[in-house]
Design a protein around this ligand. Structure first.
Ligand code: NAP
Length: 284
């Protein structure tokens, strides 16, 4: 197959719009059936302005989709034990079906310990070890929202990872690691690259499916993209710039996600979809 000169864009905005519309219809049906709207609780420690903006944005998106939200704002000096107590309380609260701890919680907090206080059936952001294990073992459950959104995008554009070489650059617990596990679950041959990887360009050149999850502007050079590859850029850096040098990569890739408008909108769409799924199970 000849290499196309310009990649087709993977439109995350459009798929997110449809995903959210489906979640909203389901939320309305749950509300009608049970008299209770699905409810997502957000928990934020400290007063980081960007985190406040993210929480407000998520609440606004919930409201538009017919999901109610409850916000718990905790002071910056909150301890791990206090955060665990808050998350435990929300886990036991029948009025809440999904819990989203906004990161970062602060350097003095043991996030892992805190996340484990979230009841698995309310872990709609896919942050608990149980959800992580589920992604690794292929057990149905909640995915981390960004990798889950990427899998939906690949499906939408007919990308079957089976037998393909997938390279995930980045191995964070919420993004790179679960991403590789989900691709493995779809029978890709998966390689992880990270800050200790030597000859990164060589590894990247092997990728039929490349997922960039690094957090460095235009870090992946277009010339290292394998001709005809599928390029998914999860990076979101200052100035709305991704981790891939889009302008050069688009001339080698077959499919590519734009930044913005690719992976980003899918993350929140999956959060809403998983919240509605959790509510459907809890409320009937
Ligand atoms: P992170 O926790 O900082 O992880 C970054 C990863 O990149 C780490 O695994 C790190 O390796 C690796 N890395 C750093 N320098 C590298 C290098 N020189 N070569 C190869 N790998 C390198 O970041 P994250 O939370 O996963 O986020 C990554 C990006 O995705 C950010 O731009 C973030 O804004 C974006 N993001 C977007 C969404 C969305 O909704 N679109 C959601 C979440 C994150 P080590 O493990 O060895 O340190």
């Amino acid at each position: 197959m000849p290499t196309p000169t310009t990649a087709r864009l993977m439109d995350g905005r459009e798929l997110a719009r449809r995903t959210v519309a489906r979640a909203a219809a389901e939320a309305a049906a749950i509300t009608e059936r049970t008299g209770t709207a699905p409810c997502l609780a957000t928990v934020l420690v400290g007063d980081d302005p960007a985190s406040h903006t993210y929480v407000r944005m998520k609440q606004a998106r919930c409201a538009k989709a017919g999901i109610s939200s409850r916000h718990v704002g905790l002071p910056a000096e909150t301890t791990t034990d206090q955060l665990v107590a808050t998350l435990t309380e929300l886990s036991e609260d029948v009025g809440v079906q999904g819990i989203l701890p906004q990161h970062p919680a602060g350097p003095h907090i043991d996030e892992r310990a805190a996340f484990e206080a979230i009841a698995p059936e309310k872990d709609v952001d896919g942050v608990t070890a149980r959800s992580f294990a589920g992604m690794g073992l292929g057990i149905p459950g909640f995915t981390s929202c960004t990798p889950g959104g990427i899998v939906r995008l690949l499906d939408e554009y007919g990308v079957d990872p089976a037998g393909r070489r997938a390279v995930v650059v980045g191995r964070s617990p919420i993004l790179g690691r679960p991403m590789g596990m989900l691709l493995l679950g779809r029978d890709a041959t998966v390689t992880y690259a990270h800050s200790r990887t030597t000859n990164l360009a060589e590894v990247v050149r092997e990728a039929d499916i490349l997922v960039a999850a690094v957090g460095k502007s235009r870090f992946i050079r277009g010339e290292d993209v394998k001709p005809g590859a599928v390029v998914v850029d999860a990076g979101y850096n200052p100035g709305n710039v991704g981790d891939v040098d889009f302008e050069t990569a688009r001339h080698r890739a077959r499919l590519i996600t734009p930044v913005p408008g690719g992976v980003g909108p899918m993350t929140i769409a999956v959060l809403l979809a998983q919240t509605v799924d959790a509510a459907a199970r809890a409320l009937g």
